[in-house]
Write a protein that binds this ligand. Structure first.
Ligand code: ADP
Ligand code: MG
Length: 461
């Protein structure tokens, strides 16, 4: 019986994640982050066709009920193939005067269709403090930090590009938040190109020039403009024209402009050349996918933020996820959110077993690929030794170290049992393997160079 209840909760939550995916495509990132992402529960009643959702937070529920109920209903219908009524459930007493966490939110509730307005567009959750810098993003991080510390003086314009989910938006907000903290009282604005376009279209849609003047005034007042997803302007000639003037005005007045894009300036084919050439006037920096070490650090940091108890099994679970999701931090985070969700629902601790049980989709393709043979071969390549030496009885140092590393990786990455490892390495006793793994683990704690080498190997696998 209890199992059934759990199954239903997992099922409902999985359906909710699908609904959320659809919702994501229909709202701006800011709206998604502020109101939809915080939803923590979903309960589906198939008999009455009602979906109960809630964020457990008074203000969010309030906004959900007023603004996004219909959208959720539309997306739910798409997933469930039947109309569903959505009820926003409040399970907590609203606290008196819940303060907005993103201090600048000035949303108005009186008119249903009025867009939520952000004064400076900044999300306080994206800071330099919680951005993990490592191989792949180090340069972008450093340059962003310097820009935040000395706007207009170091890198102007700053152009950051990368594939999706690697931290561009995070860095843009981090710059904004850092500048806002400073005493200098600079006007900061974070805006996506989509919002910029929309605002511009709205402004020119009004007959008299007042709205357009207002629009121009707003953008010329900014000291630090953070404009995201510039690729959205491709093909939009009038908006590009307007942005060109905005850029020039700001730049000529020594104001900072930071641009994020999914491609290098030279590859933004449908942007005017005069724009892409300006983007290359100063610093162009890309973010590459983080290496294994950084992925583990990101997961550990996010897990701590989510108040996950980080014991050894939980750390192993993080390593397992980091070993499988390689190219997208958003997906890393998504896997962690799902895992913690399942952990709460199933009331089970976070362990590699729970990962295997619940995140099958991320594990399957990879697990078939890495074998002990792959590990042995990769280690041998690195140390320039022969695979048969690893299995032999030889005990010289140049063989023992790679052997121990290979054993350790078989244990850590593909979780082979000590017995199995022993068998595969020249029929050694499992206690020998345990000792070898322990020794290596200790060594790794004190030998940074060896640790880096092991991380490199993991990345190559
Ligand atoms: P992009 O704008 O490049 O598509 P985002 O900035 O939206 O990517 O990042 C996606 C998610 O991953 C965000 O939640 C962000 O906080 C997180 N993230 C990306 N890189 C890092 C990092 N180095 N450290 C911590 N979190 C990161
Ligand atoms: Mg982004």
């Amino acid at each position: 019986m209890r199992r059934n209840v759990l199954n239903k909760q997992i099922n409902d939550w999985t359906i909710w994640l699908e609904v959320l995916e659809l919702i994501k495509k229909r709202v701006t990132r800011a709206v998604y982050n502020a109101w939809l992402e915080p939803i923590t529960k979903c309960n589906i009643d198939c008999d009455t066709n009602i979906m109960y959702v809630g964020a457990g937070e008074g203000m969010v529920n309030d906004v959900l009920a007023r603004r996004y109920k219909e959208l959720i209903e539309q997306c739910a219908e798409q997933v469930l193939n039947e109309p569903y009524r959505v009820i926003i459930e409040t399970d907590m007493e609203p606290t008196e005067e819940t303060p907005a966490t993103d201090s600048e939110i000035t949303y108005e509730l009186e008119s249903e269709d009025k867009q939520i307005e952000y004064k400076d567009g900044l999300l306080s959750k994206y800071t330099f403090e919680n951005f993990i810098s490592g191989k792949g993003n180090q340069l972008a991080y450093g340059v962003a930090k310097a820009t935040a510390e000395h706007p207009s003086l170091t890198y102007n314009p700053l152009f950051i590009y990368s594939e999706s989910g690697l931290g561009k938006t995070h860095l843009l907000h981090a710059i904004g938040n850092e500048v806002s903290k400073a005493k200098s009282k600079k006007n900061v604005l974070y805006v996506s190109s989509e919002e910029f376009t929309q605002e511009f279209i709205n402004a020119i849609g009004v007959k008299d020039n007042k709205a357009l003047r207002e629009f121009k005034r707003k953008y010329r007042k900014i000291d630090v403009l953070l404009i995201d997803d510039i690729q959205f302007l491709e093909g939009k000639e009038a908006t590009q024209e307007e942005f060109f003037h905005t850029f020039n005005d700001l730049y000529n007045n020594n104001k900072q402009v930071v641009i994020a894009s999914d491609r290098a300036p030279g590859n933004l084919d449908r942007l005017q050349d005069r724009l892409t050439s300006r983007f290359q006037w100063n610093m162009v920096v890309d973010i590459e996918a983080p290496d294994y070490e950084t992925r583990v650090a990101i997961l550990n940091s996010k897990a701590r933020q989510m108040k996950v108890e980080m014991d050894e099994p939980a750390e192993k679970a993080m390593k397992m996820i980091a070993g499988h999701i390689k190219n997208n931090v958003r997906e890393l985070e998504g896997a962690l959110t799902r895992l913690t969700g399942f952990s709460t629902i199933l009331n089970k601790k976070i362990t590699p077993e729970l990962v295997r049980e619940t995140l099958t989709d991320i594990l399957e393709p990879e697990e078939k690929i890495v074998t002990s043979k792959d590990i042995k071969e990769a280690v041998c390549r690195k140390f320039n030794v022969k695979v048969k030496d690893l299995d032999s009885a030889k005990r010289s140092k140049d063989i023992v170290v790679p052997r121990h590393i290979a054993m350790y990786l078989c244990r850590e990455i593909i979780e082979m049992s000590f017995e199995m490892i022993g068998r595969e390495f020249g029929n050694r006793n499992h206690t020998t393997v345990i000792t070898a793994c322990d020794k290596l683990k200790k060594k790794l704690q004190n030998d940074k160079e060896l640790e880096a080498l092991v991380f490199e190997l993991i990345n190559e696998l």
